[in-house]
Design a binder for this molecule. Structure first.
Ligand code: AHR
Length: 525
């Protein structure tokens, strides 16, 4: 049987050394794993923008136009494909005109969602587009549907993307930018069922159609409009959005411009280990809490299948994309920090959670076209943490970087011959070994995540249908799942070279307890 996951369970003892054997079909490349599944998110929230991405031109931190160059360099190295901005909840109270023109003249506003602080709008449209250019990332702009107008939204598209002497293009030029930017991803609001306006699905679907209609394609710029979608497993929300597209689905292309009013629908899924009032600490957790976190993270797989099934019913040709534009672990804020700033540390647990998510994304690559970690800098499951002039790469950052080879690669079928190791956590089965494989540019990349805390797995994968050369393996692990990087100890969790061998067609690699392992193999011939 060639499936990506075996339904069998062994009930294997979590402490015993385990063995897993499987097959990868090199000659059966599947769907492309879009690089946009490794997308990012930057919101005006806490220290994400200010102190994180943007320090201002007068800062001692090396910057270009106020943008931190250490953060840019790190994210470029991770191959950041896109960046969503300005929110999140902030998007639906953001008025873009407040963030253009001379900085000293920009009006202030209250960021009512995040800390009730005063936002001075010094980071606005031009700064965001400059950031994307420095990163080499595609912008993903989330427009204000909740408290904005259709006209304001239409003007923003025109301001960004129109070349001639239209009113908004002229305003952009007056503000110092001659050429229009290229913007593809256009979000129609955020969480409209909650902070984005408290709407019913039907009311939002109508609004999304209207905002989508007036989000015009100017010149050669083709928008990919993303309707704001469901919370977690709210499949009804997805159904309402799909129904609202009606006959337009037939004319909607999977990426790029289509005739539909929106080309994709999104949803959000956060991993929260405890009740909302006590989600748990980012670094101070016991083994029970660690496994509960992984059970919550594992739920994503079923939720992806649920949304995909609803979409399949209305769109069997998969023309409409599914976008998970917020995901990640959400813990209690670090003690002593502003509760409205959502600042949390990031441990090896988070890197393993990322590995588990990546594999789920790959398995749903037919429908899932984008995913965005929340949030890239200094908020929730961050890639980098800044502290004054210092910057720390998190374990999650390393997991993203180790998986770069999957960007735009073709997924390869991976089937286990042995039953997958499973641990029972409070009555729920947690699959503790997860893996995916892909191929591009004459090489194969295999990623493996072992969630067990005391027991490695000896993995054998029969790489059928092709020949491979010498493997290069990398491991990300540490003495404990709570290990994390700080300014004082920036490499407590860092990738290291790892042993792997190929004998004939068989790849052998040991996946240590609580580790993320990647193996790259050149294709021979
Ligand atoms: O990422 C933090 C917040 O979580 C976002 O602003 C919102 O969309 C979600 O509820």
């Amino acid at each position: 049987m060639t499936t990506d996951r075996s339904p069998e369970t062994t009930g294997a003892s979590p402490t015993a050394a385990a063995r897993a054997s499987g097959v990868v079909d090199l000659d059966l490349p599947g769907p492309t794993i879009s690089r946009h599944l490794y997308g990012h998110f930057a919101e005006h929230l806490g220290r994400c923008i200010y102190d994180g991405f943007f320090v201002g031109e007068d800062s001692d931190v090396p910057n270009e136009g106020g943008i931190r160059l250490d953060v840019v360099e790190a994210l470029r190295a991770a191959g950041i494909p896109n960046l969503r901005w300005p929110g999140g909840c902030f998007a639906d109270e953001y008025h873009w005109r407040d963030g253009v023109g001379p900085r000293e003249e920009r009006p202030r506003m209250v960021n009512s969602h995040w800390g009730d602080v005063v936002e001075d709008n010094s980071f606005g449209t031009h700064e965001f587009m400059a950031l994307c250019e420095l990163l080499g990332a595609e912008p993903y702009v989330s427009a204000n549907v909740g408290s904005g107008t259709v006209h304001e939204n239409a003007d923003w598209v025109e301001y960004l993307t129109r070349a001639d002497d239209s009113p908004m293009a002229a305003l952009r030029r007056a503000n110092g930018r001659d050429e229009p930017w290229s913007v593809r991803f256009w979000g129609l609001g955020n969480e409209p069922w909650g902070c984005g306006g408290g709407m019913r699905a039907e009311a939002y679907a109508d609004l999304a159609r209207t905002f989508g209609t007036y989000s015009r394609d100017h010149g050669g710029n083709e928008l990919y409009r993303i309707a704001a979608g469901a919370a977690e497993a709210d499949y009804r929300w997805t159904e309402v959005l799909m129904k609202a597209l009606g006959h337009e689905i037939g004319g909607t292309r999977r990426t790029g411009h289509g005739t539909g009013t929106y080309q994709a629908v999104s949803f959000h899924y956060y991993t929260v280990p405890g009740p909302w009032e006590h989600k748990g600490s980012a670094t101070d957790f016991d083994e029970d809490e660690y496994f509960r976190t992984m059970v919550e993270a594992q739920r994503l797989e079923g939720i992806l299948s649920g949304h995909a099934a609803v979409m399949d019913a209305y769109d069997p040709q998969r023309r409409v994309g599914l976008v998970l534009d917020e995901w990640g672990a959400w813990y209690d804020v670090e003690p002593g920090t502003n509760p409205g700033f959502l600042f949390q540390q990031n441990s090896l647990r988070d890197a393993l959670l990322a590995g588990l998510h990546f594999d789920a994304f790959h398995r749903h690559a037919e429908r899932l076209v984008m995913a965005n970690i929340a949030q890239t800098v200094n908020v929730l499951q961050s890639m980098v943490l800044t502290d004054g002039e210092a910057m720390v790469l998190t374990p999650t950052y390393h997991a993203f970087t180790m998986n770069r080879g999957h960007h735009d690669a073709a997924r390869l079928p991976l089937a286990w011959r042995t039953a997958e190791p499973v641990r029972s956590v409070g009555g729920t089965d947690l699959t503790t070994l997860t893996a995916t494989a892909s191929t591009k540019d004459g090489a194969v990349l295999v990623s493996l995540t072992n969630l067990e805390t005391s027991g490695g797995v000896d993995v054998e994968l029969d790489l059928r249908g092709g020949a491979v050369g010498a493997p290069e393996a990398t491991v990300l692990t540490a003495a404990s799942t709570s290990a994390h990087n700080t300014v004082e100890q920036p490499d407590a969790v860092a990738p290291a070279a790892h042993e792997a061998s190929v004998d004939g067609s068989v790849l052998r690699v040991h996946v240590p307890a609580h580790s993320f392992v990647t193996v790259r193999l050149p294709l021979a011939g």
